[in-house]
Design a protein around this ligand. Structure first.
Ligand code: GTP
Ligand code: MG
Length: 320
């Protein structure tokens, strides 16, 4: 029903990232102004008296940056000497923050001789799973990958349709069964179909579920094991989608999903709508799980591959 187009425009990915940099700055506006607004500007660099330091400490904690990183920033700034011409408070902060985020900058590698590569997308209700799937699919397609989707959220009535509409619009095949069908069975079916059709990447949606409900986590484990049943050598990503706006709660979601099924990557969405974007530092510190993607808007190209240095530059960008 749908053709699979292989597009060879890999080289455009790099350029697209550069073009959307203003978008990243724009997307992080709330977190940035919550953290540094009024503390320093283009004309006035951060003036490190003790009152400013105290204010900055409070703001880092409010933005959910976490104790650990906050302490490190404070220590570095206290040691900062204004006589060092090479350094500014911003460069000092950037180094501390980069040390935290660099280790989790690990782009998702999907190439495998044993295709399809499965991306199992999980998370609590409404965090942006289905939207992120759409954005990722389009992104992979633009890189010349053959992509298929599995409508594994059989619980919410409109979920299957939401994915199908999306697939039709982008010429991407969606494997679905009826509402209420067994989610694992849908994904198993889709894996078979993907292998038969030489698909590179199969992305499976799952129903939103609360991390603290044992029965839902048990069901998640069953869905996870479907991959092993299909092929014990299946290469896969278990991608947990987190809404940055939920702050500390995102951290407990991540811990519990990780304990239940083992998360291999994170997508942090809705950074554009929150001042709590600092949660990425807590996540990196406490869990050390790769951050694959960040979402800074609802449009298809608002999903960006996570780059620690770009992210920190956008945060530290001095407002005009
Ligand atoms: N502003 C903004 N909105 C986003 C982002 N990602 C997702 N959304 C919005 O979040 C809402 C929920 O997105 P869905 O993709 O349906 O979330 P879901 O996790 O699949 O939800 P359930 O299937 O109900 O659990 C939609 O209105 C999306 O447009 C983002 O990065 N920024
Ligand atoms: Mg959904």
């Amino acid at each position: 029903m749908f053709g699979f187009k292989r597009k060879n425009n890999d080289s455009s990915t790099q350029d697209a990232t550069k073009e959307t940099t203003p978008k990243l700055k724009d997307g992080l506006k709330r977190t940035r102004s919550g953290l540094f607004g009024g503390l320093f500007s283009r004309s006035k660099k951060l003036d490190i008296d003790s009152a400013t330091l105290e204010e900055l400490e409070d703001r880092l904690l409010i933005a959910d940056v976490g104790m650990h990183t906050t302490d490190q920033v404070m220590t570095a700034l206290q040691a900062f000497k204004t006589t060092d011409a090479e350094q500014t408070p911003q460069t000092v902060m950037k180094q501390v923050l980069l040390d935290v985020l660099q280790p989790v900058q690990q782009p998702l590698a999907t190439d495998t001789p044993n295709a399809p590569f499965l991306i199992l997308v999980v998370g609590v209700n409404g965090v942006g799973k289905t939207t992120t799937i759409g954005k990722m699919a389009k992104r992979f397609q633009a890189q010349g990958k053959r992509v298929m989707l599995a409508a594994g959220d059989t619980f919410r009535a409109a979920a299957i349709e939401q994915l199908q509409v999306w697939g039709e619009r982008n010429d991407i095949r969606v494997i679905a069964q009826s509402h209420g069908a067994d989610s694992g069975a849908v994904i198993f079916d889709a894996l078979q179909s993907a292998r038969a059709n030489n698909i590179d990447i199969l992305i499976a949606d799952t129903a939103g579920r609360l991390h603290n409900k044992d029965n839902l986590m048990e069901e998640m484990k069953k869905i996870y094991r479907i991959g092993d049943k299909f092929d014990s050598d299946l290469k896969r990503e278990v991608l947990l989608v987190l809404d940055a706006g939920t702050g500390q709660n995102a951290l407990s979601q991540a811990k519990q999903f990780h304990e239940a099924i083992g998360i291999t990557g994170l997508a942090l969405t809705k950074l554009d709508g929150t001042a709590k974007g600092g949660i990425i530092f807590s996540l990196a510190n406490e869990l050390n799980i790769p951050v694959r993607f960040i979402g800074v808007g609802e449009q298809v190209d608002d999903l960006r591959e996570f780059n620690a240095s770009d992210f920190i530059d956008a945060l530290l960008e001095v407002d005009a």
